[in-house]
Design a protein around this ligand. Structure first.
Ligand SMILES: Cc1cc2nc3c(=O)[nH]c(=O)nc-3n(C[C@H](O)[C@H](O)[C@H](O)COP(=O)(O)O)c2cc1C
Length: 248
């Protein structure tokens, strides 16, 4: 992916427009969404910041018409699904970090061979620390040992406490996946289309329908389309910022 560290002068104004005009659209107008828009928005999703760069996500773009029909049903036939043109089922993977670790190491080695200076600490991080942090062992026993170890070392010095359980790994993968989802939705908006993130679905049926791996969570399904004239059903509602923003 192209990288640029300079931005046009109006970048902030445009970004603000993209963020504030993104709304959860419940009624799409049925227009098709160009494949390139979904492709590019998925690329934006994949460029989101993520924990240790282990990219614990997967995005299943459901294109098969029969699957789409079943997916709408699994989304409880809610309007945001029934009227949508495209669907992205977003997965948070807790068991792909080892594959990602090896891939990052390979890529770092490749860059180094091409003359890019890579700090030794980066290799050490992926060779030693990453397995230590993310492997929870059979029946989570390694995680349990880590929890005890972290408790003791934590008595005398700052110590990383998580992830030490399957639940921690689920939170870990979901954090990064949610950031990618937001990148995706903002990108779709930037291309002039709309989305609705949905957690209103029958996860058992979605899992069965798409044969979702058992280590994966489905933080959300994102429907995509073009907003209809009455597609946004509610005004923007947020509580006062003082409730959420604390100066410490
Ligand atoms: C994780 C998540 C799950 C959501 N699930 C649904 C859903 O199932 N159906 C729906 O219509 N909206 C859903 N929404 C949309 C929210 O209701 C919406 O973001 C919120 O009301 C704020 O409105 P806005 O997105 O237009 O700013 C979901 C949003 C998120 C982030």
């Amino acid at each position: 992916m192209e990288q640029s560290d300079t931005l046009p002068e109006n970048a902030a104004a445009i970004f603000e427009q993209i963020v504030t005009s993104r709304r959860s659209v419940r009624i799409f107008d049925g227009s098709p969404v160009p494949e390139s828009v979904i492709e590019k928005s998925l690329d934006m999703a994949l460029s989101a910041p993520n924990s240790s760069n282990l990219q614990p996500w997967e995005f299943h773009w459901v294109k098969t018409p029969e699957l789409k029909v079943e997916l709408v049903k699994a989304c409880l036939s809610q309007a945001a699904a029934a009227t949508a043109s495209e669907f992205i089922v977003c997965l948070a993977r807790t068991a792909t970090w080892e594959r990602a670790r090896v891939d990052v190491l390979n890529q770092l080695e490749k860059h180094e061979k091409a003359g890019v200076r890579i700090p030794r600490a980066a290799f050490e991080y992926y060779r030693k620390l990453v397995p230590l942090m993310y492997a929870q062992g059979p029946f989570g026993l390694r995680g349990l040992l880590k929890r005890i170890l972290f408790f003791w070392t934590g008595l005398s010095k700052p110590t990383p406490r998580e992830p030490v359980s399957r639940h921690d790994m689920e939170v870990w993968a979901t954090k990064s996946t949610a950031l990618a989802c937001e990148n995706f939705m903002l990108a779709i908006r930037a291309y002039g289309y709309d989305t609705c993130p949905m957690e209103g679905f029958d996860s058992v049926r979605v899992r069965r329908l798409l044969d979702i791996p058992s280590d994966a969570l489905i933080p959300m399904i994102i429907s995509v389309g073009k907003r209809g004239p009455k597609g946004v059903t509610l005004p923007v509602i947020r509580a006062d910022r003082s409730l959420f923003v604390k100066i410490r």
